[in-house]
Ligand binder design. Structure first.
Ligand SMILES: NC(=O)c1ccc[n+]([C@@H]2O[C@H](COP(=O)([O-])OP(=O)(O)OC[C@H]3O[C@@H](n4cnc5c(N)ncnc54)[C@H](OP(=O)(O)O)[C@@H]3O)[C@@H](O)[C@H]2O)c1
Length: 314
């Protein structure tokens, strides 16, 4: 099968699009998925550049196939796997909990996927959408599950224009029914973050976050940027602060999240995605053969929205 294989850490030249890569046999609890779509997340680039030992993961055993998000079709069921049958379409995140990066991820025509990290694809949901929500929307659902669901009336999201941030804005609006949603974004993205549901968008390029939100105390803060002290200043006394990046805050209200996929996250998201109430912002769908362009676009920082890689038509 075709797979984007990497045998070392480094730049984009470390990838080799092999035509004849072979996966190992299915492990206990895995299914073989024919991949339709996947996407590029910051974790893919971080892993390629420096391995994930920096955030507590084990060292990579090469060769590695990157790619966490996926949407595809089950073509074989492994030993002990019982949730899905052959022919069923699925989506999710290949990352298992606790944090253990898969050696052979989704940037390939087929992937061995633990069935507890994926869910059934809702009827009619576009694989381009389903193939780029596993990490971003999944992380937000996991973060929300760590909050007190009864007290998410006011929510602050740093990095509201990013894949995770823009998912959290929508989840705050549609799933949590939050009354006040604030987010940060750079100048050109302020309007779009307001359009998807933020009541107040702070332009972090020109405005200080704490000054702009003076007088507000937030029940729940998702920090995708690493604002640390600023977020703690804006957090309610009994609020919850979930950090995804930066130095872990020493505050009992703070938790640092290392996300992994779980079936129930995607099942919870499915009705919202299927009805179109929530959807990821997609910048471009790029054919697999143009993987370099896809990864460069995602790493450029200049775009807004996910870069989806299409590996096969559904
Ligand atoms: N711990 C975990 O389990 C976990 C899970 C998912 C993601 N993450 C991490 O979370 C971060 C965000 O992920 P992502 O997928 O959303 O990345 P992304 O799609 O690349 O978005 C990053 C966003 O950060 C914004 N940004 C950069 N500096 C900022 C600042 N000072 N203030 C406000 N916004 C700023 C950028 O906005 P502009 O373009 O407007 O500048 C961009 O939209 C990454 O570091 C990722 O590795 C961690």
């Amino acid at each position: 099968m075709r797979a984007l294989v990497r045998s070392e850490t480094g730049d984009l030249d470390t990838y080799d699009l092999k035509a004849d890569f072979e996966l190992p046999p299915l492990d206990e609890g895995q299914v073989l998925v024919k991949v339709f779509t996947t996407s590029v997340n910051p974790i893919d680039s971080l892993r390629r550049r420096i391995m994930l030992t920096v955030i507590g993961g084990p060292p990579d055993v090469f060769p590695v196939v990157d790619g966490y998000d996926l949407c595809g079709e089950v073509v074989r069921v492994g030993p002990g796997a019982e949730k899905f049958s052959v022919g069923q379409k699925v989506f999710g995140n290949m990352q298992r909990q606790p944090h253990r990066p898969q050696q052979f991820g989704a940037w390939a025509e087929y992937a061995n996927v633990y069935e507890d990290t994926i869910a059934a694809l809702p009827e009619g949901l576009d694989p381009a959408i389903a193939g780029c929500v596993g990490v971003t929307f999944g992380t937000c659902i996991e973060a929300v599950e760590r909050s007190d669901p009864a007290s998410t009336r006011s929510v602050l999201i740093t990095g509201g224009a990013g894949g995770v941030g823009s998912a959290m804005v929508q989840i705050a609006k549609h799933v949590l029914n939050s009354e006040f949603i604030a987010a940060t974004a750079s100048t050109s993205k302020v309007e779009e973050v307001g359009r998807i549901g933020a009541n107040k968008v702070v332009d972090y390029k020109t405005t200080d976050l704490v000054q702009a939100l003076e007088g507000n105390k937030f029940d729940f803060i998702l920090d995708t940027v690493g604002e640390g002290e600023k977020c703690l200043t804006l957090l309610a006394e009994d609020g919850k602060y979930v950090q995804l990046t930066g130095a872990a805050a020493r505050d009992p209200r703070a938790t640092f999240l290392l996300h992994g996929g779980k079936t129930n996250y995607y099942e919870r998201l499915s009705p919202y995605l299927a009805s179109g109430k929530m959807k990821p912002i997609i910048h471009q769908v790029v054919p697999f053969a143009e993987y370099k362009r896809a990864i460069e676009l995602a790493e450029s920082g200049g775009t807004m929205g996910k870069i989806v890689m299409e590996i096969a038509r559904s």
